[in-house]
Every structure is written in C-alpha cells, then in structure tokens.
Design a protein around this ligand. Structure first.
Ligand SMILES: Cc1cc2nc3c(=O)[nH]c(=O)nc-3n(C[C@H](O)[C@H](O)[C@H](O)COP(=O)(O)OP(=O)(O)OC[C@H]3O[C@@H](n4cnc5c(N)ncnc54)[C@H](O)[C@@H]3O)c2cc1C
Length: 391
C-alpha cells in the first residue's frame, strides 16, 4: 500500500543521529514534511545507543576529527541552552596505558601531539600519579597518560528525549514499530518500503546504525563496517571518593583472546543507584547473518571486565553485586577511518537523493552530524570540512 503523503524528507532510524537531523532539518525548513521511521520504540536498548552514558572527549589523534569535536562542542552547548538542561557532565577524560598502542580510540602518544598542535590543555600523568589520584593499583609502571578536563560523560537518555521533543515541536512526525525492508532511490526521490506501507520522499537519510548495511547492500553500496556486541557491566563501589572521578580508558596491547581495552564511568551525576560501569572494547566475533546479536553480554567478556576491576580497582566490589548488558557497536574495518557520512551521489541510481550516516563512536558528534545530514538533505554544502567522514 502506498502512503498518500509525499514527504520532503524521511529519516530511517530514531537514534541520536536521526533525531538530531530531524530537529535541525525541521528547524531550518519550516514548511517541509519530515517523517522519522524506526523499527522499535524511542530509547530502544536493542541497537547502538543502549545504556546510560557515553564518553565525551575533545581530543582525537586525527586532527581533522579533532577539529570536528571542537565544532560539536559549540553545538552541544547550544543544544543545552535550547533545552535548558545539562547533557554533558564535564568530569574529565582520563586516558592511560601503553602510549604507543593504536586502538579504535586512537593512540595516547599521537593524541598528546595533536592536543599540543591544537593548543588544548591537558595534564600529563605518570602511572604513579594515576594510582595516587584515582585509586587504580597494579598496572604496568611504564604506563602513562593524561587527563583532559573538558571531557566527561554524556547523558544518553537525556539527549535522546531532548532531541525527540525539539524535533516534534519543530514539526517532525514520528512512526515507531515500522521496520523498513528496502530503500529504492530513483531520479525524482526515494521509495521506502515497510511491511504494510510504502512511503515516498524527495530525500532519505539512512541513519539505521546496525541496520544500515542490510538496507544498503541491495543498492550495491558496501560500507566496510562490522558490528560487535560489546559488554557493559555495572558494579558497586565500596568507597565513595571525595572528588568526582573522571571517565577513564585503559589503552593496553591486545591479548590472544581480545583487544584488551577497558573503559569506565564513575557513578554518573544523574543516576540514583551509584553504580560504576565498566565496558569492554573488544572487536571480536563480529555479527554475521549466521551469528546474530544475542542481546546479552558475552560471559567471557564480563569475566574479563570483572577481573580488571578485581586487579586494578580496589574501590569497586565486583563480586558483591554486578549486572551486565550488551550494546551493538558498528565500527569501520579500516582503523584509519572513523565514520561514514555522505551523500550517495554516483554510488547507485538516484543516490543523489540519499544521505547515509553509519559507523564509529558517533554519539559525541550527535548535534554536529545532525546538522551535516540536514545540510546534505537540503543539497547544501555542509558548513564544515567533512572530507574525513565522506566515503
Ligand atoms: C558499547 C558502546 C559504547 C560506545 N561508546 C561511545 C562513546 O563513549 N562515545 C561515543 O561518541 N560513541 C560511543 N558509542 C557509539 C555510539 O553510541 C553510536 O555511534 C551512536 O549511538 C549511534 O547512533 P545512530 O543514530 O547512528 O544509530 P543507532 O542508535 O543504532 O540508531 C539506529 C536506529 O535505526 C533503527 N533501525 C535500524 N534498522 C532499521 C530498519 N531496517 N527499519 C527501521 N528502523 C531501523 C534502529 O531501531 C535504531 O533506533 C558506543 C557504542 C557502543 C555500542
């Protein structure tokens, strides 16, 4: 069945990027009809944006991405002003470990070089400083790191609900429980096919997280992305430290079983239960057609995180009480890439009517990527240099 409405823009995916795009596009194109479709409900825990928090950081190893975080920072502040609520809690971003290890988060040494080049202040720390200040123990004494005080933690649900309200107020329409099975672009627009309906728009944004690859494959657009189910473990603190602790990320050389990367959030400023959260950043066992998401954390990964806490974080009580969940991370296979965000012009028939945003640690770019997608949907040159994102 064909919907009788012709939409100006359809956005497939009500995650942070889809919501932010809906808001920016609706704000800047007053009389346009904008429809956001999602297979699940708002705040679903089944795709790439589950959980309570995400790491906010300005520092990047790659200068072209670093510049974009500085732009994103301005837009987060604008969003907070607009919504009259705090979304980023600037508790600091602590990186430590083997300064020469390259990871999907970058490298400590190169990031310090980049922070110097960008004049971003940070405090360089020895492992002894880190143990004394933040309570870690038993880490390699040759590890080093830094704290960047503008970094911190983003309130995920606060951001999503804020963007949903702003986009709705600006006139965007939402339909949930609408799984999209195909996208068919042509010279005049795009047909979007759901199970019991077809929609038609002049332009479409695919911001479907782990679902993007399947929608793009029939158009012969192959993005080199893999999806990993990553574990996140909540555990209690035995000691409450005086000062607010920062977000931390441990850069370690890979081991035979996994990439050996852990990160953690102290009890977040907006929660009531006081749990720390530890995450594993393991790029192992990518999700395939044969091996789908299980939607529960891999027990071995949970055990690895508990072991990290037992050995290095004496202020936690991993064995008293913990709970684990999982989240789908969509990451570029090429470690020198961070994201894919572009118009699909020249990539398939009607590609000029399609915009794609997929992959990477993208939550921190939510307001910026929304604005870039809105520009591309309006056939405008984005206001920022996005050559590092294009494909
Ligand atoms: C464990 C973990 C930790 C992370 N940590 C950080 C971090 O610290 N900092 C950071 O910046 N980023 C981080 N990220 C990445 C960040 O969370 C994601 O990049 C971001 O949330 C993705 O947003 P999105 O809007 O692109 O996609 P998603 O949030 O995945 O949303 C896509 C939406 O599309 C819908 N959809 C998919 N397919 C279809 C379909 N066929 N039909 C209809 N709807 C569909 C889905 O239901 C979903 O609502 C992390 C990710 C994970 C998993």
């Amino acid at each position: 069945m064909h919907s009788s409405v012709q939409w100006d823009v359809i956005i497939v995916g009500a995650g942070p990027i889809g919501l932010s795009t809906a808001w920016h596009y609706a704000k800047e194109n007053n009389h346009h009809k904008i429809l956001v479709l999602d297979q699940y409900s708002l705040l679903t825990q089944l795709v790439g944006t589950s959980g309570e928090e995400r790491h906010w950081r300005l520092q990047y190893s790659e200068l072209e991405i670093f510049r974009l975080t500085l732009e994103a920072d301005k837009l987060w502040r604008e969003l907070e002003r607009q919504a009259d609520r705090k979304l980023i809690h600037r508790i600091g971003s602590l990186w430590f470990g083997d300064a020469d290890v390259w990871t999907n988060e970058g490298q400590i040494r190169q990031t310090m070089v980049s922070m110097d080049a960008m004049d971003l202040p940070y405090e360089r720390l020895t492992m002894q400083d880190i143990e004394r200040r933040y309570g870690f123990v038993g880490l390699d004494p040759n590890y080093e790191g830094f704290i960047q005080h503008d970094g911190g933690v983003i309130d995920v649900k606060g951001t999503l609900s804020t963007l949903y309200s702003l986009a709705s107020e600006a006139g965007a329409t939402f339909r949930f429980q609408q799984p999209i099975s195909a996208i068919e672009p042509d010279d005049n627009g795009v047909t979007v096919i759901a199970s019991d309906q077809q929609y038609r728009a002049r332009k479409v944004l695919i911001a479907s997280g782990p679902g993007s690859k399947a929608l793009l494959a029939p158009l012969n657009i192959e993005l080199a992305l893999s999806t990993f189910e990553m574990a996140c473990i909540s555990m209690l603190r035995s000691q409450r430290l005086e000062a607010r602790d920062p977000f931390w990320f441990a850069f370690q050389p890979p081991v035979s079983s996994d990439s050996n990367l852990f990160y953690g959030f102290p009890p977040n400023p907006w929660s009531v239960n006081g749990f720390d959260r530890l995450g594993t950043d393991f790029e192992v066992d990518p999700i395939t057609e044969e091996h789908g998401a299980s939607y529960c954390a891999n027990p071995q990964h949970v055990e690895r995180a508990l072991e990290f806490a037992r050995r290095h974080m004496p202020f936690l009580e991993p064995d008293r009480q913990h709970s684990a969940s999982s989240c789908l991370a969509v990451l570029p296979n090429d470690s020198s890439r961070q994201f894919y965000l572009d118009n699909a012009k020249g990539r398939c028939h009607g590609g000029e009517n399609l915009v794609i945003s997929a992959g990477g640690w993208a939550f921190k770019f939510t307001p910026l990527m929304g604005k870039i997608c809105a520009d591309l949907l309006a056939d405008r040159q984005p206001r920022w240099d996005i050559s590092a994102l294009r494909f």
